[in-house]
Design a protein around this ligand. Sequence first.
Ligand code: PHE
Length: 454
Amino acid sequence: IGLRDIEIDGKKYATDEWTNTPSSIVSSVPRRLHLQKDHPISITRQLIESRFPGYRTHNTLFPVVTVNQNFDSLGFPPDHPGRNKTDTYYVNKDTVLRTHTSAHQADVFRGNTSDGFLISADVYRRDAIDRSHYPVFHQMEGARTWDRSIIQDSKELVRKIWDDVAQLPQHELNVSDPNPPIHPERNPLQSKHHMAEEAEAIAAHLKRSLENVVVEIFAQAQKAQQAAGQEISEEPLQVRWVEAYFPFTSPSWELEVFWQGDWLEVLGCGVVKQDLLINAGVPSRVGWAFGMGLERIAMLLFSVPDIRLFWSQDPRFSSQFTSPFPHDPSSTIAAAAPSSFSIKPFTPFSKYPAAPRDVAFWLPSTSSSAGGRLPTASSVHENDVMELVREVAGSDVEDVRLVDEFTHPKTGRKSLCYRVVYRSLERTLTNEEANGLHDSIRKALVEKLGVELR
Ligand code: PHE
């Protein structure tokens, strides 16, 4: 392997000035939590797949994709913030670790092997550090299309889609969907490609399919909590559809669920942009797609309080779960659920003490030639601070947050103070260990980000 190469799960890639993927991220690529036997992320995947019997599953797609697959093929504009190095792990200028499972939509549509498919995979994003964010997480993509070319006319297509809606299981969910399925400005019809009746039928199939997923997940979560003797509310489950925007669907929505006092966003979805299907060589197909994060759902299904636990290899975590589904890492078809089963919530092992430490520093000044003028933009992106902390402290850091921000009135220099909370999930960190980690972080902030410690 050349000095300038990076090796990811056995494959070599040339690096360049865009490369920003650290070794800690590369080393999580082989973990594939969504395929590990009895892992809660895998059980969550299987549970959702069971709501789409007969859909073709793609669960082993490689995480290194081209910028074209991850962004261009989906219609992301060239200046979309998601493309920034601060948000995305680049392997090199043209290659990234996928930031979402949508990166595979065009290819799977092009393969055209089924009307419905599901893609589950690990995805990678530079982001904040707290108990619900980790730079590697898992998503499931789903899509369902209909082939227009085998159907006489648009009326017949619309009838066929509504027939398929009628075949879907019924539910008794309390659904709020206050907006019309199509709105000329906020949520437009692709009028060049679809009749309103077609988009409405597709939307109805999409919404009912996903409502059924949510019914199943939250019924399981409630049952699990009840069995574990926890208080559960008597209120019927409430969900709501919210208008949304994605570059590759229109109209688009998010589905939110009222859970333990808050509206929780569980997925994004919409009618697939016809240009994507045209570019993928299947211009006569029309349909819908969705994408959802598996960690968030697994956390509430299994009452897991910290996302880092999913990565733990401590048997006190991993031995607590048993999948009610057969182990199926190479299956290519979504299986139905066993007739009855229940999910057992996680029983926390002792929580070890937290060690909070603050670090305050002056940002490097960005005004060089402007002579005395205030710096315009912050020279350090927060995600760079987050990653530096991760690189040093790994999974012994639970939370990092900005607690103070100050601009000197005379010099215009800006100072930040971050609180880093160290806590291992597996043991008590000694004072010396926490101090040692914190000292290394202070040093790295100076060396790598050029800040001046206060
Ligand atoms: N890929 C989107 C995300 O990660 C979710 C999505 C998938 C939205 C498919 C619409 C259709 O946020």
